[in-house]
Design a protein around this ligand. Structure first.
Ligand code: HAM
Length: 413
């Protein structure tokens, strides 16, 4: 290596390093997720980060596959992708063992996933994502349960109902309207879906013009007061899809989840959704963004041959929830998992210090010994810097009398 060139200490663009304070937050988030989903009977699985690239081509959506995946060719000429999401993987796992598994099946995982996106607040190139998926329930009971679980996760983090909202919509309803009312083919339906997905980011007039281009006439369906909307509701498939959605909202309301509302512009990016879709969003006007979401995807498993299987799930990222908790002061204060530091005054006290450490460890305490032999003031400073709560100073007297005193550094002036 050439002289005077030093390596950067920066991480790769869009990914994070987790120093102990960050790791503690990560663990807190993961543990809260685990505790809550396990209460609903979900069990944990995982899989490799690497997947064959073709897994995502079939159903994930063009943007993800063409613009956002990390894909490379391995030494055996296979196209490999770092998973950008977990849903195709879990579908592959369940389809692969369908005969041996008991249904309804409830699985969860907390994988890291990679997307080549422009890094910005709430969007990175690597994030961890709680994935909660249930298989084998065709009825809306599971839609209600999954949304309830999403709500309970927010409550477990200490959020109030007014801190977040749940938007819900139905791909089934949209598809029925597109095909039955507007008689759009698949390509046009997809184009219109994409446009509706971006509706909130464009002026009303632009949306109206673009939608008319696709539909061939004014597209007024999103106005639930319009006469066209009312007429469309007379068509059985459309009406039934809307009634199904209404009944989910009603059931949630009845069970005390009131911050849920129909948002006719909610689409969600993936092509595999077939029914209810929902998204949880932050109500803070400064951070008015989606926190997480998911929905029903009843056809995805059919890609692996055999029959399809009803499926409903959601993905919740660690980046957006951390921002949410930080802005609301809902994160616990950091203290080190090492609770005790033993400070040694003189090298001759080392044996006894190690013995004390051993005794405390036997009692289940987490103990580190400071072997720097610096001044006690310096050693305590180091303990404070590391957020270690207790310190024990071992000197000549302690060795002689076989005693020690525990000092709580959080109570020191
Ligand atoms: P998604 O909406 O693409 O859905 O991602 C789910 C959540 O992951 C997002 O709402 C957000 O919290 C987080 N997320 C996504 N991309 C990023 C990013 N670039 N940086 C930080 N966080 C991000 C899915 O991935 C579906 N597979 C979820 C699902 C599971 N549907 C059914 N089962």
């Amino acid at each position: 290596m050439a002289k005077n060139t030093s390596l950067s200490t920066e991480s790769y663009k869009g990914v994070r390093d987790f120093y102990p304070e960050d790791m503690a937050i990560q663990n807190y988030i993961f543990n809260t997720w685990k505790k809550t989903v396990e209460k609903f009977g979900y069990v944990e699985y995982t899989a490799s980060i690497l997947e064959p690239a073709e897994l995502y081509r079939a159903k994930s959506g063009e943007e993800i596959v063409n613009e956002q995946t990390y894909t490379f060719v391995d030494r055996g000429d296979r196209e490999v992708t770092l998973r950008p999401e977990m849903t195709p993987t879990v579908a592959r796992l369940v389809a692969g063992k369908k005969r041996d598994l008991g249904f309804p099946l409830r699985w969860y995982s907390i994988p890291n996933v990679f997307r080549y996106e422009r890094p910005q607040r709430g969007r990175l190139r690597e994030h961890w994502q709680l994935n909660v998926d249930a298989f084998g329930v065709p009825g809306t009971e599971i839609d209600v349960e999954a949304i309830t679980l999403a709500y309970e996760i927010m409550k477990a983090f200490g959020a109030n109902d007014s801190d977040f909202g749940i938007k819900i919509s139905s791909r089934k309803l949209l598809n029925a309207i597109f095909s039955t009312w507007y008689e759009l083919d698949e390509q046009k339906s997809k184009a219109l879906q994409k446009l509706i997905d971006k509706k909130k980011k464009m002026p009303e007039e632009v949306f109206a013009v673009e939608a008319e281009k696709i539909v061939g006439k004014p597209f007024s369906f999103l106005n639930t007061q319009s006469s066209e909307y009312q007429e469309a509701m007379a068509i059985p498939v459309i009406r039934e899809a809307k009634e199904e959605l209404d009944s989910i909202i009603e059931t949630l309301n009845k069970r005390g989840i009131k911050n849920v509302e129909y948002d006719e512009t909610l689409i969600r990016g993936f092509d595999y959704y077939t029914g209810t879709v929902f998204e949880v969003f932050d109500t803070n006007p400064e951070n008015n963004r989606s926190l997480f979401g998911g929905g029903r995807y009843d056809e995805l498993l059919a890609l692996f041959g055999g029959e399809s299987l009803p499926a409903f799930g959601f993905g919740m990222g660690d980046v957006t929830i951390r921002d949410f908790l930080e802005t609301r002061n809902l994160l616990p204060k950091y203290t080190s998992s090492a609770s005790y530091m033993i400070c040694i005054m003189d090298k001759s006290a080392t044996d006894y210090a190690d013995q004390v450490a051993k005794e405390l460890r036997n009692e289940g305490k987490n103990v580190c010994v400071n072997y720097s032999y610096k001044s006690i003031g310096d050693q305590i400073k180091s303990a404070l810097k590391q957020s270690i709560q207790y310190c024990i100073v071992i000197g000549e007297d302690e060795v002689k009398n076989k005693t020690y005193t525990i000092k709580d550094l959080t109570k020191e002036a």
